[in-house]
Design a protein around this ligand. Structure first.
Ligand code: CU
Length: 479
């Protein structure tokens, strides 16, 4: 009996052990914030975001969003019918502040085939607005809601089959800034991950229909940022200058895959965890759930090409979840020196590793044009080559030879083909400098090999050679 009383006492005491912190403060009554005047919301397509709210008072905020079903590219040469909010994947970025009263009009374009609606996670109310906004093609629906909770929120279509509508690209972000706005930064960008399910495999060309069985099994063919493989690479890379502060509004539309969001070559100074008030600092990788978001802030200190990835890493290098942020400006050798010393360290010996082969791919009936090869080749390069040879083919001093204006490459195309399909080891000399690195054999089809080499030969001041699958096949069968 006495132990029982003692136990109850402990329970009572621990129950009373609250400190007077955030957890016990009552939540602010943002539903009571008064509005002054009205404005039409600026909407932007990714990777852009509307202007910050700054110090403006809460207003009546008019949002007009049009649903468009349209064919576009999921990867170069791969077509897909996307269903979109505002014509882009992810949909238009919406930006308001706490206390705003949103008058939301959802328009379903008359050329569309299906009814749709919208569930905004920032909405307090039935279905996040889903029922109120359900709209047939050629119609529009208006409903209103008050932004009570600051944060970064996902919106998505919630029309059955919900998974299919999301899988086709029907998601985006709505930012609700706190009173006075978020702390200002130099650059803000909109990045949203999504997973896609196609009848064909990754990279199979042509119009690819949605595959419901793969979606149910959660076997994504593509995991991409901003709706397309390469949406944020090459000349579409995000940019910043040394010394600037960068803010990424990162969402994850899913429908299935949780993102391990990471930026190679950078540490997040601040993460607004799950897009809410909690700020974590000095973070390498932040989890972004499907149907969730995060805000990441960082200052860029040195010039480099930062690589945005889902660090569930096969998704980055094999399914498309890879973007770039190019930072230009002056070096700062105190922060990062680049290589200062190089030597050979090869405990596993000289054996060239081969990336294990998959099923042979069917040969295309019609040969690719030179321009098509260059397009496909760039994709393969971004996936398989650029980590060593670098985005502009400049290589890494003393480690990986340059491909740009490289005599080794331009003097002998057969030698270049052999290097790609068989790998390369031992000392070679490129533009007068010696290299000792090991290049693994690439498992690519003849067409892929021809394309990536054609891309390389037609970039960065090289001699413009066009490589054909027949030339590759000849070398492959030569011994
Ligand atoms: Cu829909």
């Amino acid at each position: 009996m006495q132990t029982k009383i003692a136990f109850l006492l402990v329970l009572l005491l621990s129950g009373c052990n609250y400190s007077p912190d955030k957890n016990t403060k009552s939540h602010p009554r943002n539903d009571l914030i008064k509005t002054e005047g009205e404005m039409v919301a600026e909407l932007t397509a990714p990777p852009n975001v509307p202007a910050p709210v700054g110090n403006r008072p809460a207003k009546k905020l008019k949002v007009e969003l049009e649903i468009v079903e349209r064919e576009s590219e999921l990867s170069d040469g791969v077509k897909y019918i996307f269903w979109t909010f505002g014509g882009s994947v992810p949909g238009s970025f919406i930006r308001g502040r706490v206390g705003d009263e949103v008058e939301f009009t959802l328009e379903n374009h008359p050329d569309n085939k299906l009814p749709h609606n919208i569930d905004l996670h920032a909405v307090t109310g039935q279905g996040g607005g889903a029922e109120a906004s359900f709209v047939a093609p050629g119609h529009k629906k208006t409903f209103t809601f008050k932004l009570i909770n600051p944060g970064l929120y996902v919106y998505h279509c919630a029309t059955a089959p919900v998974g299919m509508h999301i899988a086709n690209g029907m998601y985006g972000l709505i930012l609700v800034e706190p009173e006075g706005g978020l702390p200002p930064v130099d650059r803000e960008y909109y990045v949203m991950q999504g997973d896609f399910y196609t009848k064909g495999n990754y990279g199979d060309p042509g119009l690819q229909p949605f595959d419901m069985q793969k979606a149910i099994a959660e076997h994504a063919d593509y995991v991409v940022f901003n709706g397309k493989v390469g949406a944020l690479t090459g000349d579409k890379a995000l940019t910043a200058k040394v010394g600037e502060t960068v803010r990424l509004f990162v969402g994850n539309g899913g429908p299935n895959i949780v993102s391990s969001f990471h930026v190679i070559g950078e540490v997040f100074d601040k993460v607004y965890v799950e897009g809410g008030d909690l700020i974590n600092e000095n973070i390498q990788t932040t989890l972004i759930p499907a149907g969730g978001a995060a805000i990441v802030d960082f200052r860029v200190e040195v010039p480099s090409t930062l690589i945005l990835v889902d660090h569930s890493i096969f998704r980055a290098f094999n399914k498309g979840a890879l973007g770039m942020l190019k930072v230009s400006g002056d070096r700062n050798d105190k922060v990062f020196s680049g290589e200062v010393l190089s030597g050979i360290y090869r405990p596993e010996g000289n054996v060239i590793q081969e990336i294990s082969p998959s099923e042979p791919k069917p040969v295309r009936a019609v040969a690719l044009s030179k321009a098509e090869k260059i397009k496909l080749g760039q994709q393969i390069y971004d996936r398989s080559c650029f980590a060593c040879h670098q985005p502009d083919g400049q290589g890494l001093p003393n480690a990986f030879p340059p491909l740009a204006k490289a005599d080794y490459l331009n003097e002998d195309v057969d030698r270049a083909i052999a290097a790609v399909i068989r790998g390369l080891s031992g000392e070679i000399t490129v533009n007068g400098k010696k290299y000792h690195s090991v290049m693994p054999a690439q498992v690519l089809t003849d067409e892929e090999t021809a394309s990536v080499l054609t891309y390389i030969y037609n970039s960065w001041g090289n001699n413009g050679t066009e490589v054909t699958p027949e030339m590759v096949s000849k070398i492959r069968n030569s011994k």
